[in-house]
Design a protein around this ligand. Structure first.
Ligand code: ADP
Length: 300
């Protein structure tokens, strides 16, 4: 059999509708229209594309947004001052600083400067702490995207084996945190048996672990790391990788995931494509987080 290809684009459309109607309700009740502010440093092409996607989606859903551009020479001081100013600005519901930042800026210091209640990326140390304690919090958008894909597709996790490939603090770790934790806690988890693989996991070991997994979440940033011979028949494969590769034939840049999609599709039960899988859902979850921030904002 061939896997069901899970369209992140389609699921994102559903979430967009929900967020749009939430915004309409908020505004109809006399609240301020939610506003997303983004700080974008430098001229990294991918970062500019992501930010454009976020602000464009925000406006499609009835939110206002603004992007503040700074050159890669910006000082950490100036970044912090900007963030403090935005934290105080009551017209701003959600604030995110697009990562990565130039090497002379301490990303942790920047993430921790954003007011936790406006932290729509969920990278503030308090939000991460709450995530790890199964408390309600801003969940990082990529992890939230994976969670929603699993839930809305009806992929079971309770008591299942989940392999998370990648342990980054922004992606792999929060995904593993959501999936291993208890469904009855304040912030419900997936109750799965979660294993994390990372760059020290030998390839034969990765293969062995993948063959046991009911769900594989690939977030390693290695093109086609997950091949058909590794995965269990009928497994759900969620591809978080976004790798820009030059097509050997056309010479054009194209996006490929961490999963060998064409081959794995023949064996899996569910599979997400790249592009059109986790990517659009991640944007949708930033939108959802922004509305959550707006709802939680003090009304004085
Ligand atoms: P992302 O932001 O998508 O998580 P990073 O580059 O920050 O990407 O992190 C990549 C993660 O993938 C790291 O945790 C790293 O250990 C893991 N990784 C890299 N190569 C492999 C590999 N061959 N097998 C398993 N995990 C890997």
């Amino acid at each position: 059999h061939v896997a069901t290809v899970v369209s992140g684009t389609e699921l994102a459309r559903q979430i967009h509708k929900e967020v749009q109607s939430d915004i309409a309700k908020l505004v109809a009740q006399g609240n301020r229209r939610p506003h997303l502010s983004v700080i974008l440093v430098g001229d990294d092409h991918a970062s500019h594309t992501y930010v454009r996607n976020k602000t464009r989606t925000a406006s499609l859903l009835g939110m206002s947004s603004s992007t503040i551009f700074r050159p890669s020479s910006v000082s950490q001081e100036e970044m912090l001052e900007l963030i403090y100013k935005f934290n105080k600005d009551r017209s701003i519901s959600g604030l995110l600083v697009q990562l990565p930042l130039p090497a002379h800026i301490n990303e942790r210091a920047i993430c921790n400067a954003v007011a936790p209640e406006k932290d729509v990326d969920g990278f503030h140390i308090v939000n991460i702490g709450k995530l790890c304690l199964d408390q309600r919090c801003m969940v990082p958008a990529t992890a939230a995207a994976v969670w929603e894909i699993i839930r809305r597709t009806g992929i079971e996790t309770v008591g299942k084996n989940v392999l998370v490939v990648g342990r980054s603090k922004n992606v792999g770790m929060p995904i593993a945190m959501l999936l291993h934790s208890d469904r009855n806690h304040e912030r419900p988890g997936g109750d799965a048996t979660v294993i994390m693989a990372h760059r020290c996991t030998p390839l034969p070991r990765l293969k062995e672990l993948a063959s046991l997994a009911d769900v594989v979440i690939a977030a390693a940033g290695v093109p086609h790391l997950i091949t058909a011979d590794m995965v269990k028949e009928g497994a759900a494969i969620i591809d978080v990788g976004i790798n820009r590769m030059q097509d050997p034939v056309t010479g054009k840049l194209r996006l490929v995931g961490d999963v060998d999609f064409e081959a794995v599709k023949e064996k899996a039960g569910f599979i997400t494509p790249v592009p059109g899988g986790v990517g659009p859902m991640t944007i949708a979850m930033v939108m959802k987080n922004t509305v959550t921030a707006a709802k939680n904002a003090p009304t004085y």
